[in-house]
Design a protein around this ligand. Structure first.
Ligand code: UD1
Ligand code: CA
Length: 484
């Protein structure tokens, strides 16, 4: 064993000199960063009974997307300012955020003021952003926070350069390049309207500075509202530098005011999600026509064919081929499955399952490996063990079907007597003839067989064949169009 020299570095702690970044002197570990989301506005231009921030984007409310992105940079529970539709928004948020009511809604500045009662003295940095900007990424908020950590001034804001202003506030800069003001479109002079740098609507404030500055915002004489954007001029008056993080991806800054914007954001989010899957090894023939909700997981070498919708808490393994024209929700799929034109909800498929076209799995369907399910079958609350074959037109409900059993075309588990559901159990290697009615509760043993059209009302022992009533001749009949 050899001895190595040990170096000891000494750390000197020093007070924060005036003019240095607000964040310096705090380590990333102990700096508290809290998000305040403004979500009290009516969203009039959406023309909807649903609060704007609850409108879904790739299956999740706008608000969810913003909160997800913010999670990457904040250390504390977010605070959402609610107003219009407060009850629905608060209910949706549950434990994921605290809320504060803004009533009446007197503008974005007034909305931010509502946060003081809950956050004063409790955080170092505050990100204020609008809940109608669901495409902003966590890494963008990170850049904003990093900028403010090093900023000697009281806040930093996110801007974007774009040719189409979409009604955004314009960023006015001084001759020396520092930010002087944000001018809202409706008050901008024709020259200011030409400005290509826009206010995205994401700010990172030093918390202690924010509360007093908000109180200094004056009511806009024309609109009778307090605009958060006026806070720039307050800092400028006090000779405090405002930092701008200039973003280059305009798509990310799409704010949603109308349903047209919503569909644009949906398309952008869809492509973002699909790109992520493709970069992880998933093939998509046409990603524009492949609809995968945020949060769905898909393994590599799986191919998703067009017009396929994958929703909810769905987890898909490797080497599957899914679609076209398939809808999957809240389902777990193993590896090597082929699913063609089918609808699947709340189900589990193990490996090498072969389904469709036109098959339907409902809640509680569990298809073990190598199950084959052909066209027009429906399975609910049932387990099909390894290698079960169910080729055509069957309904299987509340049943347990043993391995390698063959379900003939048109087999029905008659599981419901009008009042209650009853179970059906079939053993392994059974052979159910076409059009068998299995009147539950019912048990068929291993190797049991039923003849075509059997109506089975009593249990069947292992290796036993049961047959229904065969058709009998009743009388002679006239044949129409009989050739002479
Ligand atoms: C705002 C900005 C604008 C920026 C644009 C980017 C202001 C004054 N203007 O304009 O500079 O370019 O966003 O998208 O901030 N809200 C409340 N309470 C209110 C009013 C609004 O909580 O009293 C919320 C809304 O629910 C919404 C957000 O604040 O989520 C923004 O309000 P909105 O009316 O959409 O502002 P914009 O006109 O888009
Ligand atoms: Ca907006």
């Amino acid at each position: 064993m050899t001895w190595r020299p040990v170096f000891i570095f000494s750390l000197t702690l020093r007070p924060l000199p005036v003019g240095e970044g607000w964040g310096e002197g705090h380590s990333e570990m102990n700096m508290k960063v809290t998000a305040v989301l403004l979500a009290a506005g009516q969203g009039t231009r959406m023309k909807s009974d649903l609060p704007k921030v609850l409108h879904p984007l790739c299956g999740k409310p706008m608000l969810w997307h913003v909160l997800e992105a913010l999670k990457e940079v904040t250390t504390e529970t977010p605070l959402v300012v609610v107003g219009h539709g407060a009850e629905a928004v608060t209910k949706y948020l549950g434990e994921s955020a605290q809320t504060v009511l803004q009533e009446p809604q007197l503008g974005t500045g007034h909305a931010a003021m509502q946060a003081e009662s809950l956050l004063k003295g409790k955080t170092d940095l505050i990100i204020v952003t609008y809940a109608d900007m669901p495409l902003l990424r966590g890494e963008t908020f990170k850049r904003l926070v990093e900028t403010q950590r090093l900023n000697a001034g009281p806040f930093s804001l996110l801007t974007v350069r774009a040719d189409d202003p979409r009604g955004f506030g314009r960023i006015v800069r001084k001759a020396d390049g520092t930010v002087e003001a944000i001018v809202e479109e409706y008050v901008a002079t024709p020259e200011q309207q030409q400005i290509k740098e826009l206010n995205v609507g994401a700010y990172c404030f030093n918390a202690e500075w924010l509360w007093d500055a908000l109180k200094r915002i004056e009511k806009n004489p024309k609109k009778g509202k307090y605009y958060l954007t006026d806070i720039v001029e307050i800092a400028v008056k006090d000779n405090l530098p405002v930092q701008a993080v200039v973003h280059d991806d305009f798509i990310e800054t799409i704010g949603i005011n109308t349903r047209v914007h919503l569909s644009e954001a949906e398309a952008a989010m869809r492509m973002r999600i699909n790109r992520g899957h493709m970069l992880n090894g998933v093939s998509m023939m046409n990603p524009e026509m492949t609809y995968i909700e945020a949060g769905v997981k898909i393994g590599k070498d799986t191919t998703i064919l067009p017009n396929t919708y994958i929703h909810g808490k769905t987890v898909i393994g490797e080497k599957n081929v899914i679609g076209p024209n398939t809808i999957i929700r809240d389902t777990t799929i193993g590896n090597g499955c082929k699913i063609l034109e089918s609808v699947i909800e709340g189900a589990v498929l193990e490996d090498d399952v072969d389904m469709g076209p036109f098959a339907r799995l409902r809640k509680g369907a569990h298809l073990k490996s190598h199950v084959h399910m052909g066209n027009f079958g429906e399975v609910k609350d049932s387990t099909l063990h390894e290698g079960v074959k169910m080729g055509h037109f069957s309904y299987i409900g509340n049943a347990d079907i043993g391995a390698n059993t063959n379900i003939g075309a048109g087999t029905i588990t008659c599981n419901y007597d009008g009042e209650k559901k009853h179970p059906t159990t079939i053993g392994e290697d059974a052979f159910i003839g076409s059009d068998t009615m299995l009147v539950a509760p019912l048990t068929l043993g291993n190797g049991a067989r039923t003849g075509a059209g059997a109506v089975v009302t009593k249990n069947v022992a292992d290796d036993t064949l049961v047959v229904g009533m065969p058709a009998r001749a009743i009388r002679k009949v006239e044949r129409k169009n009989r050739k002479k």
